[in-house]
Design a binder for this molecule. Structure first.
Ligand code: FES
Ligand SMILES: [Fe+2]
Length: 451
């Protein structure tokens, strides 16, 4: 691979390496605002990572499609005749127009609205208007839409990768699969997506949001204090629930993924408050025996309140099942795409309550979403300041405190209030931004700094 840092006038490799200091626990705030770094991210990070595309339940029939993005590239994801899923760039090979301008649906072909070149559901060019008269002939095999070369699945989630040399999705996700499955594999039949995709724009860098879902349980009882108080039942103690103490944070040994969770009692009350009583009964009581059989006791019954980011831009909250992708739109903006997943086997009233409570908490005007967005937007606004952009931020929580051994949970573990996973997120970001190929970047070549 060509060394992209050679082409950036501003960012030499040594300068990029100085942006994050893992041992000291500091990060240079220019990573949230700099256009050249953003351009490198699109090439080196979004161009080489496995990116969430869609959920399998969106594709029931041949020709069912969903238009989404990989980084800032538009792509179309389509179910093929043989049942497989393909993805290709949503860009006409004639003059670059978007081939498909719908959000999703069912199609037999995609006809470009500019001059009418038509592509079949596999992205193959199949018709050129006036071909004989105007061209003589077009070698259509050479002008197919640009395919996403790798598409792989994990328990209903479909991911794509532009890089043919990237590790398999299973290797890329690694230990993160264990934590993902706490949402994806609780019941026979897996999950389905309900209620469509809700999209909105927030003026902040994508990493502020992705890092928070990766690592930050710390903000919950401060940022969301008023929301918890407002949602608490009348008999709850004044002042709302204090911070829960028992829990773990997961930092992937490789890959930048992270999660945090509470363990033990309190899960039902917390879930009933935020996701509704019927949801809490389904999750903590009705479906818990099966979840325990499938996932083990600690994952099936005891962990709760889990947040997670699958590097770089897929995040979710297990239980609330608010799933979102942070589609970057330049260094200063994201488009949030929010999905709701439910156990396919859950009763309809529970599915409906998950959908509604997801909207109430984490929809575009959701009580918790507003709290989080306010923080990210304000950080981004402050970073417009010349002096503010020169500061380094502190990611030292948990540094030097040593890891936690807990045989029930894989990965590098720390206390639930920690920034271990944030450091893992930025360490992986740095490696993706500086290492030119997979011979040094792959899952087996990572050296760990001390916790
Ligand atoms: S740009 Fe698509 S047919 Fe011309
Ligand atoms: Fe939050």
């Amino acid at each position: 691979m060509e060394d992209a840092t050679q082409r950036s006038a501003k960012w030499k490799e040594t300068d990029i390496r100085a942006l994050f200091d893992e041992e000291g626990g500091t990060v240079d705030s220019r990573i949230y605002t700099d256009q050249d770094l953003y351009d490198l991210e699109m090439e080196r990070l979004f161009g080489r990572s496995w990116l969430f595309l869609a959920h399998e339940s969106q594709f029931k029939k041949t020709g069912d499609y969903f238009a989404t993005y990989m980084g800032d590239d538009p792509v179309i994801v389509v179910r093929q005749q043989d049942g497989s899923i393909k993805a290709f760039l949503n860009q006409c090979r004639h003059r670059g127009m978007r081939i498909c301008r719908n959000d999703g649906g069912n199609a037999r072909a995609f006809t470009c609205p500019y001059h009418g070149w038509a592509y079949d559901i596999g992205g193959n060019l199949v018709n050129v208007p006036m071909e004989k008269e105007a061209y003589g002939a077009v070698d259509k095999r050479k002008w197919s839409a640009t395919a996403v070369p790798r598409v792989e699945h994990h328990k209903g989630l479909i991911f794509g990768n532009w890089d043919v040399n990237a590790p398999s999705l299973a290797d890329y996700l690694g230990e993160a699969r264990f934590y993902m499955d706490a949402m994806l594999d609780r019941a026979e039949g897996g999950t389905e997506m309900i209620g469509g995709v809700i999209k909105w724009v927030v003026p902040c860098n994508w990493k502020l949001a992705a890092e928070q879902f990766c690592s930050d349980m710390y903000h919950v009882f401060i940022t969301h204090a008023s929301g918890f108080i407002a949602m608490a039942p009348p008999e709850a103690p004044a002042g709302g629930p204090g911070p829960v103490q028992e829990g773990l944070q997961f930092r992937a040994s490789w890959g930048g993924h992270g999660s945090g969770l509470f363990i033990g009692a309190g899960g039902f009350e917390q879930m009933a408050m935020t996701a509704g009583v019927e949801t809490a009964e389904y999750w903590c009581i009705d479906s818990a025996p099966e979840a325990e059989r499938r996932l083990g006791r600690s994952r099936g019954r005891e962990m709760n309140g889990a947040h997670m980011t699958v590097f770089p831009s897929l995040s979710f909250l297990a239980g609330t099942n608010a799933v979102r992708v942070w589609h970057p739109r330049g260094p200063n903006e994201i488009e949030i795409w929010a999905f709701t997943l439910v156990d396919a086997a859950a009763p309809d009233n529970v599915k409906e309550q998950v959908r509604l409570s997801g909207q109430r908490g984490f929809g575009p005007s959701g009580i918790f979403e507003q709290d989080d967005g306010e923080n990210w937007v304000e950080v981004q606004r402050v970073l417009q300041g010349h002096q503010a952009r020169k500061t380094r931020f502190n990611v030292q929580m948990g540094l030097g405190k040593g890891g936690i051994d807990d045989a029930r949970f894989p990965g590098r573990l720390g206390y639930v209030y920690s920034e271990n996973a944030a450091r893992g997120f930025y360490a992986h970001w740095l490696r993706m931004m500086t290492e030119p190929n997979w011979s040094t970047l792959g899952p087996t070549q990572v050296k760990h700094a001390a916790e």
